[in-house]
Structures are given as C-alpha cells and as structure tokens.
Design a protein around this ligand. Structure first.
Ligand code: 6GU
Length: 269
C-alpha cells in the first residue's frame, strides 16, 4: 500500500513516520509519502488560498497547487495500482468505520487531500474524477479545523488491517466492531488491587464458564453503551443464554426508567 498525503501541515502527520508506520514500513507492506502543498505554490509567499468568488466569509484553497501536487501523486502511483483512490476528508463525507477500513486496506494506492480554510476550489475535485476514484470521508459527526487529524485516524485504522503489516494478526479477529459487539473487560495481576478483586470466574480455570462470562459482559456493555449495535446484531447469532440476558437487561432498564420518571414527578411536587 502506498499512502500519499498532500497538506500545508506535513508536520501534523510526522508522528506517523515514527510510531506505527515505522514497523509497518519495515515490513515493506506500507509506504507513506508526505507532500507539502506549498512546494507547488510559486509566488513569493507560496500562497495556497484566496478569497471566494461570489463573496462570503473565509478563504478557498487555490486550484493550481492542488493540480500539480495531484499530478505528482499520479506520476508516483505504483505500476500495480488501478486508478488510485483520492480520499477528501470532509465533515460532509460518508462516515468512516471499521468496514470501510477493511475495504480500504485492500487498495494499492490511497491519496489523501486534507483541506484547510473553507475547502478546495470545486474544479479540482471535478478534474480529479477523471484520474482518481474520489471519496469524500468524514470521521464522525463533529467539525475539525481541517482534515489532517482525520487522515491520521484513517491511516492508523487501515494500516493495522493490512495483512503482514502488523505483528499480531490473531488479536484482530476478536476485537470490538468486527464481531458486532463491544469487547469484554480484561484483567491482569495482581488479583487484588486497591481492594478491588478480579472477577473470580477468571481464576477458576473453567474455560466454558469464562467464555460465557465474557460473552455476557460483551452483551451488557453493548446494551449500555451502544444500543444501536444491539439492534443491528443478526438475530440468528443470539444463543438461548444471550436472549435470556437481553430479556433481563430490558426489564432492568424499564424499571430504572420508571423509577426515574417517578422521582421527577415527586420532585416537581
Ligand atoms: Cl474528515 N474533516 C473535518 N474538517 N472535520 C471533520 C471530519 C473531517 N470528520 C469529522 N469532522
């Protein structure tokens, strides 16, 4: 996989060059290239932005530097790559998730174009459609100053799914967001810490009981934190004990809501 990032803040992405990317790069499976957009601005001040046609607040990124930087990324595309993928980070994009990370881990060449200011001149994105597959992507429903941090998030999530780029492929299969439920809690030594005990079942040596306890904890956590994931979970994957636990959780939740309503009513007097 080759990643290109074109940005006016390459230093934002510099930590990737050390940490995880260090190992992934050594494996030869990942190749990261940072390009400073200002290297393609040729006036005295290396200007990359200008005022918007039609008026309005803020500045717009000029098309010429983006065009040249994208030309360079195309020229450096690996021979094996089909049309490279251009990811344009934007709060108006499709929302990034683990499935998208899996799909993107199969690509040969991804170019990221994180914008600052009010965005990039639209003609750049129109032109890019002729040379790239263009994908606007958001990392969630909130607004950042620019796309650089979103690019870091995406590169990290994608890189760890590239076969052979990470040390420990087994830990991938079991993790949250691949099985459709959140991960169970984990414990290590000492068995007592600040008067808190590790759940005794984990010390029992009873593998069946441990597996059941972990499954129950996954369901309780997911129910409490991510009811949307409980709803989306394939019905045929709940076993009998799962269904009994869910029933109990629903009953508990109803009782808690009723108690809350009654407390509210009595406080309103
Ligand atoms: Cl990709 N960019 C910006 N600027 N804000 C965001 C985002 C991206 N994803 C969520 N918020």
């Amino acid at each position: 996989m080759r990643f290109d990032v074109i940005t006016i803040f390459p230093e934002y992405l510099a930590p990737l060059e050390l940490s995880l990317m260090g190992k992934a790069r050594e494996s030869g499976k990942v190749d990261l290239h940072l390009t400073n957009l200002r290297d393609f601005a040729f006036d005295r001040h290396k200007t990359v932005d200008d005022t918007p046609y039609g008026g309005g607040a803020g500045m717009v990124m000029k098309p010429e530097p983006w065009g040249l930087a994208l030309d360079q990324a195309l020229a450096n595309s690996p021979a094996s790559a089909r049309e490279p993928l251009l990811i344009v980070p934007s709060p108006a994009g499709a929302v990034f998730n683990q499935q998208m990370a899996y799909d993107l881990a199969e690509e040969d060449h991804i170019v990221f174009a994180p914008a600052r200011y009010e965005g990039i001149d639209e003609r750049v994105l129109d032109w890019a459609e002729t040379e790239f597959r263009v994908l606007p992507v958001s990392i969630g429903d909130y607004v950042l100053y620019g796309g650089e941090v979103a690019v870091m998030v995406m590169i990290e999530a994608i890189t760890r799914l590239i076969p052979g780029a990470m040390g420990n492929p087994e830990s991938l299969a079991e993790e949250s967001h691949t099985g459709g439920l959140l991960e169970y809690p984990v414990y290590t030594k000492p068995a007592t810490w600040r008067d808190e005990e590790v759940p005794p079942v984990l010390l029992s040596g009873n593998h069946g009981a441990i597996a059941r306890w972990r499954r129950d904890e996954q369901i309780k956590r997911t129910f409490a934190r991510r009811p949307d994931m409980v709803k989306a979970y394939p019905a045929e994957n709940w076993d009998k004990k799962d269904r009994k636990l869910l029933q109990e959780l629903h009953t508990e939740q109803k009782a808690a809501k009723k108690a809350e309503r009654e407390a509210e009513l009595s406080s309103e007097g």
